[in-house]
Design a protein around this ligand. Sequence first.
Ligand code: CAA
Length: 246
Amino acid sequence: MARVALVTGGMGGLGEAVCIKLAALGYKVVTTYSPGNTKAESWLSQMKEQGYDFKAYPCDVSDYDSAQACVRQVEQDVGPVDVLVNNAGITRDMTFKKMDKPNWDAVMKTNLDSVFNMTKPVCDGMVERGWGRIINISSVNGQKGAFGQTNYSAAKAGMHGFTKALALEVARKGVTVNTISPGYIGTKMVMDIPSEVLESKIIPQIPMGRLGKPEEVAGLVAYLSSEEAAFVTGANIAINGGQHMQ
Ligand code: CAA
């Protein structure tokens, strides 16, 4: 029986590459999209044309009830979730001087509360079945901080605290919990950074001198999802062209 992988925020960027990689490896892949996303249908048919038969569910990952309802529906339609990739995330970059409460709250809710909201309805089932993989997509900026990202860096660092605590609780139950901390990957989120900031402040901090590729991160997600990764838990794996050393 194919394992079921649920990837939050899979329509574009890193999430899309993760969906494609896991599908290619034989997982049944389900993704979530934010309820206001009007491009969901066209994304699904575009993927279908490329040979990927993904299922997608509207889910506000920042909302506890929405997340519970989404997972219940996935379980009913597709089966219990074996691999959860907490990928959905947003940025609201501004210096702390300009940071207001709504922009702080939006990032904390979408990037950190979501991890609780989505993990809560799947974790007990993984423990009961004796097998599960929870993979939290954090960021190099949760490890080292980033100018203009007090909200994002706090949420991303918080994800790894969650990872380590839960990893301890389920370590003997066949369930692993890990964090991946990508650096700057060539996705829309990074391309939205003003180009002069990207060129003059960010690329020079990356020893490899280039942005990462979504497929490179997807390959790491695939490894952590696999049988071979059974002994890896509570880890925070950097994938950032060496930026974490700067
Ligand atoms: N490092 C050091 N100084 C910086 C800086 C940086 N990264 N970015 C801006 N500054 C400096 C500017 O040079 C400027 O200096 P002066 O006042 O001396 O001229 C000062 O800060 C103010 O800069 P701005 O006028 O640009 O201020 P702003 O309020 O318009 O914008 C900002 C600030 C929103 C932080 C903008 O610089 C920005 O978008 N920076 C990019 C933030 C970033 O890295 N985001 C990552 C998004 S991708 C992502 O998050 C994915 C992932 O996980 C890696």
